[in-house]
Write a protein that binds this ligand. Structure first.
Ligand code: UD1
Length: 419
C-alpha cells in the first residue's frame, strides 16, 4: 500500500493549477446514462473515484474512449444497456448510487447495490429512494440491493426534501430530466457541483430552471449529443488556500473562479491571510501568526463545506489561541482528530464540536489515513511538523486529489510516495 513521507517543516511558494471537480464529474458521468447519442466530458480529474465511475458505466454497457491524458472521455451507450450496479463497484464509492436515478428513468429497471456506511457516518440513501419513489419508481430492498422498476416513463411531481442532500438532489434532477411533465424539487442542495450538473444537462437539451433552493424540471423525450467541460474542484482550491495560510505560504492558484469559494476566502482572511483575486486566479499570502477563530460551523453551500473541516482544524491547531469548529453535516467526521493528537494536537470533542487549543508544535510521526479529506489534513499537518511524517493508506487520498504529491513538490513540499 502506498504511503507518503513528508519532511517538515516546509515553505510553500509558487503556482498551482486546480484540476476538474471530482464531485461535479461523478453526477455528470452518471447522467450520461440518460443519453442515446455520444457525450464528451472534458476536464475530468485523474483520480480513483472517476475510474470507479467509468468502470461502473462500462459494466453497464457504455463504451468509453479516453483521451491520451485521460481527462476527456467520450461515452457511447449501447442500445441494450445492463441495469445491474454490483456491490463490488458500489461499495468502494458511495457516489455510485447516482446511477440509480438515470437507470430507472431511462431503462425503467435497475438492481443497484446499497452503498452501506462509511467511516464518516451511516450515510443512508433514504432521501434518494423516497424522492425516486415519488417520481414513479417502485422498489424493494433485498440481499443488500435496491431492486427497482417503473411502469414506463417516470412522471413529474412535486418533492420537498426533508433535509438538504447533495446526492438526493442530483439523483432526482437526473431522473426527472426524462420524466413526463413537470417536476418541482424544493429544499434542494445548491452546491456549485449541482449547478454544473444542471448546466451540462441544459446544454444537452434538458429544461431545468433554478430559483433559490427550488429546481423546476420539464421532462424532455431525449437529450442531444453534447460536449461539456467540468468545473474546477473547489475543495482542492480550498485545500491549497489553507496550505498557504498554514505554512506562511505565498501561492498563486490558477484556473479557478474565486467567487465559488467566497465564504472560504472570507474565513481565511479572518485567520490572517492576505488574499487578492482576479476572474480566474487567487493570490494568497499566509500570515506570520495565524489568528484563532471560535465557532466555525460546517454547513450546506454557501456555508463552510464539511469537506474542508479537517483541513481547517489543522489550521486551528497552529493558530494563536483557542478555536472551535462544529460539524453539522456528518455525525462521525472527526476521525482525523486522533491522528492529529499523535502529532501533538490538543483537541477536545464534545458531540459534534471540536475545541482546539492552538499554538501546537507538531512533531512528525507515523500516521494513518481514514478517509479522503482526513488524509489531506494529515498531509497539511505533516507539512508544518518538525521532522519526518509517514502517512499510511493514502489510497484514500488518491480517490479525490489528482497527483497531489507532484503539485505539492512544485510548491516546495518535501514529499515522497513510497510504494
Ligand atoms: C456529497 C459529497 C461529499 C460531501 C457531502 C456534503 C459527492 C460525491 N460527495 O455527499 O463530498 O461531503 O455531499 O457536502 O458529491 N442523508 C440522509 N439520507 C439520504 C442522503 C443523505 O440521511 O438519503 C444525510 C447524510 O448522512 C448526511 C447529510 O444527509 O448527514 C448530507 O449528505 P449528502 O448531502 O447527501 O452528502 P452526499 O451526497 O453523500
Amino acid at each position: 500500500m502506498d504511503k507518503f513521507v513528508i519532511n517538515g517543516p516546509c515553505k510553500i511558494k509558487g503556482n498551482v493549477s486546480i484540476s476538474g471537480s471530482k464531485n461535479a464529474s461523478l453526477p455528470i458521468l452518471a447522467a450520461t446514462l440518460l443519453f442515446d447519442k455520444p457525450v464528451v466530458i472534458k476536464n475530468l480529474p485523474r483520480v480513483r473515484d472517476i475510474n470507479t465511475m467509468l468502470n461502473l458505466l462500462k459494466s453497464l454497457g457504455s463504451k468509453i474512449i479516453l483521451s491520451r491524458d485521460k481527462k476527456t472521455a467520450k461515452i457511447i451507450n449501447k442500445k441494450n444497456m445492463k441495469t445491474f450496479a454490483s456491490y463490488s463497484l458500489v461499495k468502494t464509492m458511495r457516489g455510485s448510487i447516482l446511477v440509480l436515478g438515470p437507470l430507472i428513468s431511462k431503462h425503467h429497471q435497475s438492481k443497484t447495490s446499497l452503498p452501506g456506511g462509511c467511516l464518516i457516518g451511516a450515510r443512508p440513501v433514504n432521501y434518494h429512494l423516497e424522492s425516486l419513489k415519488k417520481l414513479g419508481m417502485e422498489y424493494e430492498l433485498k440481499d443488500g440491493y435496491i431492486l427497482a422498476k417503473s411502469k414506463g416513463r417516470l412522471i413529474g411531481t412535486n418533492i420537498n426534501f426533508p433535509k438538504i442532500s447533495v446526492g438526493a438532489t442530483e439523483n432526482s434532477i437526473i431522473a426527472a430530466c426524462l420524466a413526463k411533465g413537470k417536476t418541482i424539487l424544493k429544499n434542494c442542495a445548491i452546491e456549485p457541483e449541482i449547478k454544473d450538473l444542471t448546466n451540462f444537462l441544459n446544454k444537452a437539451g434538458a429544461k431545468i430552471k433554478w430559483s433559490g433552493r427550488t429546481c423546476k424540471i420539464i421532462g424532455v423525450n431525449s437529450l442531444n449529443k453534447t460536449e461539456y467541460s467540468v468545473m474546477p474542484d473547489r475543495i482542492e482550491a480550498g485545500t491549497f488556500c489553507i496550505a498557504a495560510t498554514l505554512a506562511k505560504g505565498n501561492l498563486q492558484i490558477n484556473n479557478f473562479n474565486p467567487r465559488i469559494i467566497d465564504t472560504e476566502i472570507k474565513v481565511l482572511k479572518k485567520f490572517g491571510s492576505k488574499i487578492k483575486t482576479t476572474e480566474n486566479k487567487i493570490f494568497i499570502k499566509g500570515p506570520q501568526k495565524i489568528k484563532s477563530i471560535k465557532n466555525i460551523k460546517t454547513k450546506e453551500f454557501p456555508g463552510i463545506p464539511t469537506d474542508l473541516q479537517a483541513q481547517l482544524m489543522v489550521l486551528m491547531c497552529k493558530a494563536d489561541g483557542k478555536s472551535s469548529i462544529t460539524e453539522n453535516i456528518f455525525e462521525n467526521r472527526f476521525m482525523h482528530v486522533a491522528e492529529l493528537q499523535r502529532l501533538g494536537a490538543e483537541i477536545n470533542i464534545k458531540n459534534n464540536i471540536a475545541m482546539i487549543k492552538g499554538n501546537t508544535k507538531f512533531i512528525g510521526a507515523e500516521l494513518m489515513s481514514s478517509d479522503l479529506r482526513a488524509s489531506v489534513a494529515l498531509v497539511l499537518a505533516a507539512i508544518v511538523s518538525n521532522g519526518k511524517s509517514h502517512i499510511n493508506r493514502i489510497y484514500h487520498l488518491d480517490r479525490g486529489y489528482e497527483k497531489i504529491e507532484n503539485k505539492l513538490k512544485k510548491i516546495g513540499v518535501k514529499i515522497k510516495r513510497l510504494k
